[in-house]
Design a protein around this ligand. Sequence first.
Ligand SMILES: [Zn+2]
Length: 423
Amino acid sequence: MTRMENTGKQSRSVGVFKAKRLLEDLASKEGRHTELITLYIPPGRQVSDVIANLREEYGTASNIKSRTTRHNVQSAIEKAIQRLKLIDQVPPTGLALFCGAVAQGPPGSEKMELYVLVPPEPIGVYLYRCDSRFHLEPLFDILKEKATYGIMVIDGSGATYAILRGKRLEIVKSISSGIAGKHRAGGQSARRFERLREVEINEYFKRAASYAAQIFSDIPDLKGIIIGGPGPTKQDFVEGRYLHYTLQDKVLAVVDTAYVDEQGVKEVMAKAPEILKNVRYVQERELVQQFLGELGRDSGLAVYGVEEVRKHLEAGSVRVLLLSEELDLLAVTVKCSACGFSEQRTVKEGELLSLEAETSKKPCPRCGVAALQLGEKTDLIDALTELAEKSNGEVEMISTSHEEGEMLLKSFGGVAALLRYKA
Ligand SMILES: [Zn+2]
């Protein structure tokens, strides 16, 4: 099966999922000799230039001494060129192409395989490699979290601000609250002390928020802000909505730390992957809950099951397609060679042989001739994603790391959709 990754618009969750799945697959593949081609094309590069470059490589490959290796390398280059000819333009994030005679078992078992991937984020380099394995590092780099987050730790004594870009942490500023200790001076009434303290804290929170605005507001790609700190002050600050509303909306999480200084920031940073994973889980759970809500209300805006969802995808009425990451099914076209009839079937990879046996015996439902054959086999996730992209539907991959995700997989077959209008 050749996995052709689509070139349309895709949500980051789908892009990352596809890239990870392909990487896992490719990492295990080996060539008999240095005959596997890796090609990375950055956005903006002309397809014709790339093809010209590959023709040069084809010429260079004629110097390879081993006849088999030479043949395999040149066939791989030729196949890559043929594939590139199908593309008018390099997608906005570039393109990765992997092609070559992959060893399937003992010598002589090699099979020519080709994979194309549109990365979820732009590829920065042009790269052509011919090796006994595929070069995956540039893609692994892309998949690493590179987004920018603001970190602010705060307690009654002061606050520290930092910016986290990918794995790079920059401590930007620390301020002191200027608020005296919790114990009042002699002779001061308790009420007066409390009132003054409230005023002081209010002023301090305002000041802390204005620094947050200065530091975080100008970051164009700020994905979110994580607030940390020891004690309840951070909660008071967040719940009091002192932050500018554009920043307030970006608060992803409020977490406990032992310290409020640089050490506190590092504590937040250490927890960040877990925090961000949880943020994604919350999104996933909300999506499934939205689906369950529509279903419960019988609003006609929620459908599930491969056939039902496919029907609405083809009609262009799907707003959000929810797919379980654990879906492990193939979409297979069954075709009649006599009359051209065709239908889509969904099977597990292991059931392919029995489907083949079944179709070869069955007469065509349209013309009655026993001429049914299995046609194109596509991973179900790819097949449905492609349909959704054609009608500008969003696609969200849902993990099974939470109850809602388990439910989507087990109770709804892992395929559900929220519709734009009533079914
Ligand atoms: Zn037929």
